[in-house]
Design a protein around this ligand. Sequence first.
Ligand code: 1PZ
Length: 211
Amino acid sequence: MADTFSLQRVLETFRSSLSEKKEVYMKYYIAGWQELVAFMNSLGNVFSFISKDVVSKIQILENFLLGENRSHYVTIQSMVKYELENDLVDLTKRGSHPESGCRTLLRLHRALRWLELFLERLRTSTEDSKTSVMCSDAYNESLAQHHPWLIRKAVGVAFCALPGRDTFFDVMNAGDHMQVVALLGESLPLIAEVYQITEDLYAKNTLLELP
Ligand code: 1PZ
């Protein structure tokens, strides 16, 4: 992974994450998140409390991916099956498996919905649109419902420090505004598809409220 973010690479990793059978490869899902962390880091230190949390969750999943049970962690589908069949998930309250792959990935999954909503706003925004408003609208519609008051407050403060729309477009390293908008149009259906496949899988297994 290179230090500078590129929207193109995010697109490529999410594209690679879908198998022919529409399963989601953990390796690329995680790689996609690593790219997004690089993006957040390029926006400044205010976001470090957010990226730290993402990094620690990526780390948990990576450990499974490299660990002795790695054959069960190739796709999100195989992870869910394996962890459920072997009672490796705290289903109703935190207990002996506070860091299961299922609950850890669920946090990133919810954040992916935020990303989808935010990028769609950015794609259709106009010159006078405010990134802080786009971010917080997307947040209130998604992740905020899963966060306690204190986190919602801290996130609200961080949003105020967001750079403007022009900077966002520049940091994406994908050419001029029109090219970024085109690439967003290409990326969003992929992100939405990965999100929906995961959402359906979690819903089918009643995993959407994991503690
Ligand atoms: C580009 C600007 C970035 C805006 C990010 C908007 C989302 C704000 C998320 C705030 C997370 C706050 C810190 C940690 C919270 C954790 O408590 C929760 C639940 O985990 P648990 O405590 O249950 O283990 N963590 C999350 O909800 C994961 C949040 C991930 C946020 C990812 C942001 C994506 C950024 C993409 C950059 C374009």
